[in-house]
Structures are given as structure tokens and as C-alpha cells.
Design a protein around this ligand. Structure first.
Ligand code: NAD
Length: 484
């Protein structure tokens, strides 16, 4: 199966923060892969813009090294890296001063799509938008890409939206959440709305509960200072888990167009109940042999943020009233694994007798590792004797199902950057969505602060704190095992 790559019209992409970690690890390798696949026309250009005083050749060297280190797949023809580097330029720009802006604006070619990727600290988003406008680069063909975090609460998110809105229309602002660019996440919509099989069962009458898990094995790493100001709630739940929740719970949009999809997602966020403290467990990883605990990793002995959170969330609407959603995310857990599991209700009655038991179907959408889906179905255990039933997965691992192409599932950034160039906002968060997500998150965090709640400790390499097990056990349910 060979998919058709449609080249996009020549564009200029400026990466503010082009020398930074995100640009080197994700953005530049993703662009290189799109170039390899033939999607970028020769005239397209990528312009790094950052504080470092570099020549174009020195920046090209940084790009070449980033590709060598972080481009994990796709064999490109010999000479492709050199051809890609030809498309690269660099300008030394100060987001907060006047240095470099004239050079940058002189580089722009009129009449083509211009994308400005803000891969810099959020405090620079406003100054960048202002200067792009002041230097005549914020025209109708330009668009900006904004990385997370988008604010740290409703007030700051609103202020940021207002600042960007002074210079750019909402249709020009692409708030990126790379979870939405994952192939499986888009497949979630394809499965729900492209098949007759699932949608009629997709409600509280047939679905017992839904679990969303994003588990990491790593600790906070070098992001300690940022992380301790944020915690798992701000860093993961308000954005990534919320987006997954929206896609799984939303009503079918009338069409697959940006505002139709985002309107439905927004309705889900607005239908979320407040979460009682009893329905949330926060954890912090402790020390193990040879590894420090959370407080040492963030270099703050009074660290109060959570590196783990589990919560029970209810959506108050006709479709989902009575079906709880259990969300869980954490660091230093037993395996790196992200999945959404839709656990259907048990069959109401077993015609095979009490011994055969009552069974349930589970649809699992795996985001990592091995992107794919499986559906547990009940069958007869092979062999003679009575009617014994077992549950087996119908496995659809993309790498297997799609052959060589499935092995090379595009990285989320590849898809999303090309969507920016094509002007498709479907997989990007709208300003009102982000604000609604903060409006739901803020009272939860304020509650912890007012009460002085502290996270409980958990053992690194475990499934999280004991209390998280209790959270779901008391409803007569259990977490799915975290495994890679
Ligand atoms: P980084 O510190 O590695 O890089 C920052 C970049 O900004 C550098 O290129 C630097 O030259 C440039 N810069 C700093 N001050 C500047 C100024 N005054 N004018 C112009 N350029 C300036 O940061 P990063 O890890 O690449 O993160 C960039 C953004 O992406 C941040 O908002 C971060 O929260 C977000 N983000 C990063 C990751 C990641 O994995 N690194 C993941 C998600 C989101």
C-alpha cells in the first residue's frame, strides 16, 4: 500500500528558538522527514531564529547534527541531507529587542504562506507577536504556532489569548498539542465515526467506564524547576489527557472541519463535573537505590507538586451520565505506556451457565509503544469438553496491519507542521477550548492550595500510590495493568 504524498505550496517557516531542545529533537527532524517524503517543494525555506550569534553555516551544522541524532527512521536517498540543508537559513533575533528583525523581514518572500513557530519560553510569545506585527510580517498569509504551556491558569491563558488576538486572528493561531497529531488519536475518530460498529454502543448504556493512562518511566529530568511549578495536573491533565478525553467523549461533529470538531470538544469540557477531593489522588515518587526522590530532582526540599495524579471524572450529559472516566498519569512508573481503554458492560446474562461467567469487551487504543488498537472479544476456549469461554484480543498493531508503511508511522510533529502549512486547524486547540480547560482545572488546584494538601509518596517503578488503587477499587473496578 503506497500512500500518495501531495507536495504543499512553497512556504517560509521561521522557527523562533531554532537552536533549542524542542527544535533539535522534534521540529527539525520532522521537517527533514517531510522533505524526504517529497512533501516540501524545493523553494520552501526553514529559517532558524534565535539568540545565538551564528552564521548560516553554523546553524546548518546544528541542523545536520540534530538529524543525525534524532531522525530515527525513513531511509533517505544519498544527498538528501545536503539538499535539505540548502533550504535552511538563520537569523540572530532578539524577541525582546530590535536585533535581527529587519534582517528577518527582508528575508520574507511576499505572497507565500509564512509560519512562525514559537518554540521559545511562553514569556516571549507576546513580544514575538508584537514585533512580527510591528515589522509587517503579520499579514493574512501568516500564521503562528504556539507551544505548551498555554498559560498556567485561566487568568494567564486569557491574557495570552488577548495579547495574541491583538495581532493575529484566531484562524491564524495554531496552539499545538502533539498528542492530537498522533496517528492513533486521529484513528480514534476514524474508528468512532467511520464504522457502524462502535457509535451505537458508545454511551453509558453499554460502556461501563473508560480509563485513560499516560505512564512514563522517567523522572522530571532536567525540567525540575519548571515541573515543580506545574505538576502533573498542569503539565499533562489540563492539556494532553483533556484532549484525549474530549475526542473519546464528544458527539459526532456534522463534518470533519476545524470548528465543527472543536465545538464538540468544547461541549465536553463544559459538561465536566467539578471533581471532589475524594476523587483525586496525587503522588510524588520516593527514592530508590541509586536514584533520588522527587524533591531532590526538583531541587526543592518543600516540593509540593505531584508527579502522579489519578482522578475519577464525570461528564454530565445524556451520553455519559453514569459512566465514569478514570484518568491517570505519572512519572517513574513501572512502564512507559499510554492508552485509552473503553471497558464495555458485561453481557447481561450467560447462556453458558454460571461457570462460563459473564464477559465484557474492551477496546484499547494504544498511543505508545506500538501504536495501534485491540478489541478483546470472548470466544470458546479451543478443545473438547464444556463450553469454556476466554477473552482474546483482535489485534490491530499499525506496524503489522499496514506493512512497511505502518512501521514508519509519521511522528506527530510531521503531521501537525504540515497541517499548519495547509491551513488546517482541526488538530489544534482553539482559544476558548484552552480557557474552558483551565476553568475546570483551576478550582481543583486552588482547593489543594487552600487546604494545604500534599501528594502521597509512591515507590518508583510501581503503578503509583496505593490510594490510587483504592480510588477505583471502591467503585468495584480495577486499573488496567501498566505495561509496555
Ligand atoms: P530551550 O531552552 O532548549 O530553547 C530556547 C530557545 O529560545 C533557544 O533557541 C534560544 O536561543 C531561544 N531564545 C531564548 N531567548 C530568546 C530571545 N530573547 N529571543 C529569541 N530567541 C530566544 O527550550 P525548549 O526546550 O526548546 O522549549 C521551547 C518551548 O517549547 C517552551 O515553551 C517549552 O515549554 C515548549 N516545549 C518544549 C518541549 C521539549 O521537549 N523541549 C516539549 C513541549 C513543549
Amino acid at each position: 500500500m503506497v500512500s500518495r504524498v501531495i507536495p504543499v505550496d512553497p512556504f517560509d517557516l521561521v522557527i523562533f528558538g531554532g537552536t533549542g531542545d524542542l527544535a533539535r529533537r522534534k521540529i527539525l527532524p520532522a521537517l527533514f522527514r517531510r522533505f524526504c517524503s517529497g512533501q516540501m517543494e524545493d523553494e520552501s525555506r526553514i529559517i532558524g531564529a534565535a539568540r545565538s550569534d551564528l552564521t548560516r553555516d553554523e546553524f546548518r551544522q546544528i541542523v545536520a547534527e540534530a538529524i543525525a541524532e534524532f531522525n530515527t527512521s525513513k531511509d533517505c536517498e544519498t544527498g538528501t541531507v545536503e539538499a535539505f540543508l540548502e533550504r535552511i537559513d538563520y537569523v540572530n533575533v532578539d524577541a525582546k529587542g530590535e536585533d535581527g528583525w529587519k534582517e528577518l523581514s527582508d528575508l520574507m518572500i511576499p505572497g507565500r504562506v509564512r509560519a512562525f513557530y514559537f518554540s521559545v519560553a511562553p514569556s516571549l510569545f507576546g513580544p514575538l507577536a508584537e514585533r512580527l506585527h510591528a515589522h509587517g510580517m503579520a499579514d493574512a498569509d501568516s500564521r503562528i504556532v504556539v507551544e505548551k504551556p498555554f498559560g498556567r491558569d485561566l487568568e494567564t491563558a486569557r491574557a495570552l489569548n488577548a495579547t495574541l488576538a491583538q495581532h493575529f486572528d484566531e484562524s491564524q493561531i495554531y496552539r499545538i498539542d502533539h498528542y492530537l497529531g498522533k496517528e492513533t488519536v486521529q484513528n480514534l475518530m476514524a474508528v468512532r465515526f467511520g464504522n457502524m460498529l462502535f457509535e451505537p454502543l458508545w454511551n453509558s448504556q453499554y460502556v461501563d467506564h473508560i480509563q485513560i493512562t499516560v505512564a512514563e518511566t522517567v523522572g522530571v529530568g532536567g525540567r525540575g524547576e519548571y515541573y515543580d511549578r506545574s505538576g502533573a495536573m498542569r503539565d499533562m491533565v489540563q492539556n494532553h489527557l483533556m484532549q484525549l478525553l474530549c475526542l473519546i467523549a464528544m458527539e459526532p461533529p456534522a463534518k470533519f472541519d476545524p470548528d465543527a470538531v472543536r465545538d464538540e470538544k468544547l461541549k465536553v469540557i463544559r459538561a465536566l463535573d467539578d471533581v471532589e477531593p475524594a476523587n483525586i489522588v496525587r503522588g510524588q515518587y520516593g527514592a530508590t537505590k541509586g536514584a533520588q526522590d522527587y524533591a531532590h530532582d526538583v531541587e526543592n526540599p518543600r516540593a509540593t507538586s505531584e508527579s502522579f495524579i489519578a482522578m475519577r471524572v464525570n461528564i454530565s450529559n445524556w451520553r455519559w451520565a453514569g459512566t465514569p472516566f478514570y484518568l491517570r498519569t505519572g512519572k517513574k512508573l513501572k512502564a512507559r505506556s499510554s492508552e485509552i481503554a473503553v471497558i464495555f458492560k458485561e453481557t447481561p446474562h450467560s447462556i453458558f451457565g454460571a461457570e462460563a461467567g459473564r464477559h465484557r469487551n474492551i477496546l484499547t487504543i494504544r498511543l505508545q509503544p506500538n501504536e495501534g488498537m485491540d478489541l478483546d472479544v470472548t470466544i470458546k476456549e479451543p478443545g473438547p469438553g464444556g463450553m469454556r469461554l476466554i477473552d482474546v484480543p483482535l489485534d490491530m498493531t499499525f506496524a503489522e496491519a499496514l506493512g512497511p508503511e505502518g512501521e514508519d508511522v509519521p511522528d506527530a510533529y510531521e503531521r501537525l507542521i504540515m497541517d499548519v502549512i495547509r491551513g488546517n486547524q482541526t488538530l489544534f486547540m482553539r482559544g476558548d477550548e484552552v480557557e474552558a480547560a483551565w476553568a475546570w482545572t483551576d478550582p481543583i488546584i486552588e482547593g489543594w492550595e487552600t487546604r494545604g494538601d500534599r501528594p502521597v509518596s509512591y515507590e518508583p517503578g510501581s503503578s503509583g500510590p496505593e490510594d490510587a488503587l483504592v480510588l477505583i477499587h471502591r467503585d468495584g473496578r480495577r486499573w488496567r495493568e501498566i505495561r509496555s
